[in-house]
Design a protein around this ligand. Structure first.
Ligand code: ADP
Ligand code: 5GP
Length: 184
C-alpha cells in the first residue's frame, strides 16, 4: 500500500485557506480533511464540527498521550492536529498556521507545504473585516502576516496567491496530481 500524501495548507489569517480547503475537499473524494482540536470557544454561527472544542485540561492530556501530529498556541488558544487515522487510498489535508506547518515539515519532510498568500494587505484586511472578525483580531492578524509570509516563503514547497479562488484551487489540484503521479 502506498503511504498517504500529507498536504499542509498554511498562510496568514484571511488569505483564504479555509475557503480553498473546503473547495478542494468537495471536489476530490480522495482527500481527507483533518479535524483539529482547539481550546478556543466556538464562534457564533460556526459549525459544530469546525473543530473538536475542548478544555485546556483535555488538550494537555492529549499532548501527554502523544496524540498530536503537531500543536501550537495561537493568539492565546491551543490548536492541534490529532495523529491522523485515515482510510486507505485517501490523502490527508491539514489547514494549520505556520508554526504547526514547520513541525509537520520537521517530522514528515515528504509533506507538501502549500503557503497561501492574499493578493495584497488591503485585500486581506477587506476579507477579514468582511468575514466579521472583531477589529482587534484584524489588527493582530495583519501584524502577524509580514513575518508569516517571510518565513512561509522559506519553507513552503509552493506559494499560491489567492487572487481568483478558482485559479488558486486549480493550481493546488495540479500540485496534488503531480505528487500522486510521483508517489504512485
Ligand atoms: P483563512 O482561512 O485563511 O483565515 P477564509 O477562507 O476564512 O481565510 O477567507 C477569508 C474571507 O475571504 C472569507 O470571507 C472568504 O469568503 C473570502 N475569500 C476567500 N478567498 C477569496 C477570494 N479568492 N476572493 C475573494 N474573497 C475570498
Ligand atoms: P481560527 O481560530 O481562526 O479558526 O484559527 C486560527 C489559526 O489556527 C488559523 O491560522 C488556523 O489555520 C490555525 N489552526 C487551525 N487548526 C490548527 C491546528 O490543528 N494546528 C495548528 N498549528 N494551527 C491550526
Amino acid at each position: 500500500m502506498n503511504e498517504a500524501l500529507i498536504i499542509v495548507v498554511s498562510g496568514p489569517g484571511g488569505a483564504g485557506k479555509g475557503t480553498i480547503v473546503q473547495s478542494l475537499i468537495e471536489r476530490d473524494p480522495h482527500l481527507w480533511l483533518s479535524r483539529s482540536w482547539t481550546t478556543r470557544t466556538q464562534r457564533e454561527g460556526e459549525s459544530d464540527d469546525a473543530y473538536v472544542f475542548v478544555t485546556r485540561a483535555q488538550f494537555e492530556d492529549r499532548i501527554s498521550d502523544g496524540g498530536f501530529l503537531e500543536w501550537t498556541e495561537f493568539l492565546g488558544n491551543l490548536y492541534g492536529s490529532p495523529v491522523p487515522n485515515v482510510g486507505e487510498g485517501r490523502d490527508i489535508v491539514l489547514e494549520i498556521e505556520l508554526h504547526g506547518a514547520q513541525q509537520v515539515k520537521a517530522t514528515r519532510p515528504d509533506a507538501i507545504l502549500v503557503f497561501v498568500r492574499p493578493p495584497s494587505r488591503e485585500e486581506q484586511q477587506r476579507r477579514l473585516q468582511g468575514r466579521g472578525d472583531p477589529e482587534h483580531h484584524v489588527v493582530e492578524r495583519l501584524k502577524k502576516a509580514e513575518d508569516e509570509e517571510r518565513q512561509g516563503a522559506e519553507i513552503a514547497d509552493v506559494v499560491v496567491i489567492n487572487d481568483d479562488l478558482e485559479r488558486a484551487v486549480g493550481e493546488i489540484e495540479g500540485i496534488i496530481r503531480a505528487a500522486r503521479g510521483l508517489s504512485r
